[in-house]
Design a protein. Structure first.
Length: 344
């Protein structure tokens, strides 16, 4: 089954064609992705109106690029999938409208997909896909969650952030350090040359006894250090970046291992943009090996938003009997959408 996926939830436009085979690992046939980083950099963050306009400009050329690469005609597409939410309303509408118009023109069914489910299932595109059940650490944008995943569509929330997410902690701390947008990757690169023990920063909720997260206090502590350092900040920039990264990773590591211990499961999936962080992967790999836990990650180019994960999620939901592709082409989007709402 050829599934075309369109992702437009925030500041990346992604289109991909996946062969969602009933047996074996799903096969990515082609994908194309455009990042809006340069567009939003001057503003220090995503401008929703500009994001929507850029999705309009990019989506059809990206679609053409994917079909040219596969050398398949559009009538070979069996299902069109799009990100229905969560995300920026205007950006979501571009992808939804394009997908439904395309499906109507082809006479093919269309289905809306949850953005976080796409991230959660993205490791199934790797050469070493996980097996159910597993614990999932979702660290994508404004979301930090721990889920128990028993099957496609069967998700149980174990813990989540009560304020800032891990990705927001990276980006907001980076902005306080004067780093360019998007701040998280810049902070991580800067941290490579710093001393992670140089500054004593809090690890919020580390010993709370539950699996919830909180990173707002860490951001405040970074601000306090920036103000305290004043003109001396450039000298200590790498050390403060390293200390900030270490605090975030310590919390993610501890909570993930607590979830493994609580559930007794021996398989962990890490998905979302922060899942590309090298220190997080290094620490998780070491701890999981010590505990005889298998850990799975998406390939690095699947950690950020992309159309492949949307096509994959649609195919897997269809195979599991959970997706209901619509033959009519009216649509809506859900800028706020709880992943738990998908549970069957």
């Amino acid at each position: 089954m050829h599934v075309l996926g369109i992702e437009s939830s925030c500041d990346e436009t992604g289109v991909a064609l996946v062969d969602a085979r009933p047996e074996g690992v799903p096969l990515l046939l082609a994908q194309a992705l455009h990042s809006q980083i340069d567009l939003h950099q001057a503003y220090g963050g995503v401008v929703p109106e500009l994001a929507s306009l850029d999705h309009i400009r990019r989506v059809l050329p990206l679609l053409q690029q994917v079909m040219d690469e596969t050398r398949l005609s559009l009538d070979r597409v069996d299902l069109v999938a799009y990100t229905r939410g969560p995300g920026l309303a205007g950006a979501l509408l571009v992808g939804a409208g394009t997908a439904c118009a395309l499906a109507a023109g082809l006479g093919k069914p269309v289905v809306g997909i949850h953005h976080l489910e796409g991230h959660l299932l993205s490791p199934f595109l790797s050469e070493d896909p996980p097996q159910f059940p597993f614990i999932a650490l979702l660290v994508s944008g404004g979301h930090t969650q721990l889920m128990q995943v028993d099957a496609v569509g069967c998700y149980r929330l174990l813990g989540e952030t009560i304020d800032d997410a891990a990705g927001e902690a990276f980006d907001k701390s980076a902005k306080l350090l004067g780093l360019p947008y998007p701040g998280g990757p810049h902070l991580s690169r800067l941290a490579e040359g710093g001393n992670a023990q140089a500054f004593k920063l809090p690890r919020p909720l580390l010993h709370s006894g539950n699996l919830d997260f909180s990173f707002a206090g860490l951001k405040t502590a970074v601000l306090t250090q920036v103000q305290r350092l004043g003109d001396q900040l450039p000298i200590h920039l790498a050390d403060l970046a390293a200390s900030t990264q270490a605090a975030i990773v310590d919390v993610l590591l501890a909570k993930s291992m607590a979830a493994v211990e609580k559930t007794g499961l021996k398989r962990l999936v890490v998905a979302g943009g922060v899942g590309a962080n090298a220190l997080l992967r290094q620490r998780l790999n070491a701890e999981c090996e010590r505990r005889s836990v298998r850990v799975h990650y998406p390939q690095l180019h699947f950690c950020t938003n992309n159309g492949a994960m949307i096509a994959l999620a649609a195919g897997m939901r269809l195979q599991a009997g959970l997706a209901t592709p619509q033959a009519h082409y009216s649509f809506d989007v859900k800028p706020r959408w709880d992943l738990a709402d998908l549970c069957s």
